[in-house]
Design a protein around this ligand. Structure first.
Ligand code: NAI
Length: 400
């Protein structure tokens, strides 16, 4: 069959296997020609390793100098009667192929990271493939739901402001149109459920499970990703439900830091830059800011995607020879270039000019849309999209 991009609202409903392989390959090529990560970890567990920051972590640590073996957990689906499968599914296959070609171990575990059974499966894999210990645990799950234990019900995260309504614009990638929205304030239950889904509880459960199974190596570190952003985005992000969940994550980093100190390791909430990923396009009101940010940072030569952020994070911050640099709240800041004063001055100015008629010209909508398409394996000039894809062969390919 011929696979074409299908977008509903801001959700990609199709993915191109060959294009996903190309996306993984380009990230590998980037880290191979970058300044390498020295003193990096050798046995890495990534929870949420099939796309976005998690996949970039995996690529940076395997191909960017550290030569790490990896186990990745992700929640993806392969082709079936319902559709062609998710990009993350094909990313997993591509990563494994390229890593094994270089003699690295790459284990893909697909299932619900929140469940006990997946945690047990990972502990078994650590025993089998990593001689029983991990050196780094990266928690990079972005999910809208989390099953309640021993129940058929779910906690559901809500992306809403707290205490007041907030107006902003979303951009429907399906129709390339600007849509003005007003979000009502979250209820207390929505705040609590967002913390359950996107806060630090499951990160802590993973580290506890690995401590209890004696799977933590000497010096083991753990990282999870956060966002703070400039004041402009605070009403919808930092002061809203997601921000509450991230503050919970920051607090969790402190208790995990104490636990890992017993192994001479540490835990760090890592604040990243705003980027186009499967998860971030969902955040109403954030897109105009990202369009302006991309435009300004590209013009200034400071723009980074997930892979550039992760290579810099591990090379210059986590595994450089000095102490890990953290701010006064013990957060590891990768949003330093985003929050640069001059950058923010220009971004603010541009955001105030953007509207439904001019966002494609004034903001970096072309770059934004292309990045979104590429996340799903489309818009690569080296891929022949008119070529038939035999999905049967992918159904049988070894993603695990
Ligand atoms: P993404 O959507 O690209 O990746 C999410 C990963 O989580 C995928 O590998 C997916 O398979 C996995 N996942 C989702 N539900 C799962 C489940 N139940 N079990 C197992 N795996 C599951 O997301 P992205 O953007 O890379 O986000 C990762 C983290 O980075 C999140 O905590 C997010 O808040 C944070 N972050 C994102 C920023 C952005 O602009 N995209 C900025 C700063 C932080």
């Amino acid at each position: 069959m011929i696979i074409e991009p299908v977008i509903k609202g801001v959700v990609a409903k199709s993915a191109h296997p060959v294009g996903c392989e190309q996306a993984v390959l380009q990230q590998i090529q980037y880290v191979k020609q970058s300044e390498p990560i020295t003193n990096g970890p050798k046995r890495v567990l990534i929870i949420g390793g099939s796309s976005g920051f998690g996949l970039a972590t995996r690529i940076a640590l395997t191909f960017g100098g550290s030569k790490a073996d990896t186990i990745s957990v992700s929640y993806e689906h392969g082709p079936s009667s319902k559709g062609v499968g998710s990009a993350g599914f094909y990313n997993n296959i591509a990563f494994k192929k390229f890593a094994e070609e270089e003699g690295r171990i790459a284990v893909n575990i697909q299932g619900d990271a929140f469940s006990d059974s997946i945690k047990e499966q990972v502990i078994e894999a650590v025993e089998t493939y990593f001689e029983g210990e991990v050196d780094l645990i990266v928690y990079s799950v972005a999910s809208g739901v989390r099953p309640k234990p021993n129940s058929d019900e779910m906690w559901r995260s809500a992306i809403k402001p707290i205490g007041q309504s907030v107006s902003g614009a979303s951009i429907l990638l399906e129709t390339d149109t600007w849509q003005q929205t007003t979000l009502p304030p979250a209820t207390d239950q929505e705040v609590d459920e967002t913390i359950k889904v996107m806060g630090g509880e499951d990160w802590e459960a993973w580290v506890d499970a690995l401590i209890n199974s004696e799977s933590i190596g000497e010096g083991c570190k753990t990282l999870a990703f956060s966002y703070i952003g400039p004041e402009l985005t605070h009403p919808i992000y930092l002061d809203g439900t997601l921000g509450r969940a991230k503050i919970d994550l920051h607090q969790t980093s402190h208790s995990l830091n104490l636990k890992l100190a017993n192994f001479n390791g540490g835990a760090y909430a890592t604040v990243c830059k705003a980027l186009v990923t499967k998860a971030s396009v969902f955040i109403p009101g954030l897109t105009p800011y990202i369009l302006a940010l991309y435009k300004v940072m590209k013009e200034r030569g400071t723009h980074e995607g997930c892979i550039e952020q992760m290579q810099r994070l591990f090379r210059d911050k986590v595994y450089s020879t000095g102490k890990i640099p953290v701010d006064c709240e013990r957060l590891l800041r990768m949003d330093d270039w985003e929050l640069d004063v001059e950058t923010q001055r220009e971004v603010n100015q541009l955001v105030s000019q953007l509207n439904a008629d001019n966002f494609k010209q004034l903001g970096d909508y072309q770059g934004f849309k292309q990045e979104f398409l590429r996340l799903n394996g489309f818009s690569f000039s080296d891929v022949d999209y008119s070529k038939e894809i035999d999905l049967e062969s992918w159904i049988n390919s070894d993603a695990d």
